[in-house]
Design a binder for this molecule. Sequence first.
Ligand code: ZN
Ligand code: ZN
Length: 426
Amino acid sequence: MPGLMRQLRGLDGCANPIRLDGHRTEHALNTTTGEIGPVLSHLDAADLPAGHLLVRCNNRRATRCAACAETYRRDTYQLITAGLSGGKGTPDTVATHPRVFATFTAPSFGPVHNRPATGRCRCGTQHPADADELGTPLDPQTYDYEAAVLWNAHASKIWARFSIYLRREVAKRAGLTQREVADHARVSFAKVAEYQKRGAIHFHAVIRLDGPDGGDTPPPPWATADLLTDAIRAATQAAHVDGPVLDGRAHTFGFGRQLDIRTIRSADFAADTELSDRAVAAYIAKYATKGAETATGTLDRPLRFLAKLARLTIPEHARRMIQTAWTLGARPDLAHLRLRAWAHMLGFRGHFSTKTRAYSTTLGALRQARADWRRLQAANAHADTGPALDADETTLVLAHWAYAGTGLTRGEEWLATGLHGGDQGD
Ligand SMILES: [Zn+2]
Ligand SMILES: [Zn+2]
């Protein structure tokens, strides 16, 4: 029992761990002779208290695993913060570089129920803030579901086009060619995708102007938040991608007119009305753990057969978006969009959080640091076991793991709830 408790505690509250069968053997390896030395440690899954090696599911979605989604949210926060105020290998001076927080939305696909500043929705009702009908079409018969789904499917491409144009627009404003600008400045960003209630993807991004080598180099004197803002506006308007021609209708996709760009100030100078580093990082991290299901009530996993859709209790608007994706997914000319596989995501198949290399650290590096720290803790705990390595020795790890299942047994679940039930918040 104590062993099982220890194994479960190592999952940090993951509710749906992956179970692995197999083993791992660590040998000493002489780096000069190549000779394989004694066994330093051996781990057999069958000998573990749970009978398997249990690995965290690392699911980003809060609806799938609250604990892993929370880890993902915290890592995203660290990643965004590092790019705003430094840390984790990024210098503190990035806080002085011009930075903005921008939100990019989809165009309109037809009027939806909303809460305008004037009070009344077009339908004549004054909707409460949590009304289910908010974001759903006023008239589902005329709502452009086809374009709405296809727009989601092209959203990542529109962003890619935008980021190319942004560099061009920055260069133009500095009086440089695109080739010349690379010697003076670099655009770095981190962005997250989020669903609006109407089921359209929108992007939140931190965009930063650096010197030629990224965050380590000071930006040139002409690089200001105003210049960056102006360049973003121009690039957003110019970014269009050609979509398919369906039944004589040629689709083109770009961002909607609703574009919000705000300058980020350093926490030290932040006035009440201005955005601080922390506020931006917290906002972005919060959205990183949401899938389409949180905003629109759709599914959090792929749909295998359309027949299943009829039996699920999901909002009508989400159902129509999924059905449209499924129907379009049957067309050979749209096969490249893989709309059936991504129907539950309402057509979007991009990454939820992406960043340029120079922005800051990576989620992978943060995970590695955590794994290294755990290994060090474990090594310290068992410091007197196993032979020590000589100076010219390193370790050779032989491992074989096979998937044995997902989740906890009912007994393990009961034990795990006792372990983590009381310490979810911070
Ligand atoms: Zn998990
Ligand atoms: Zn309404």
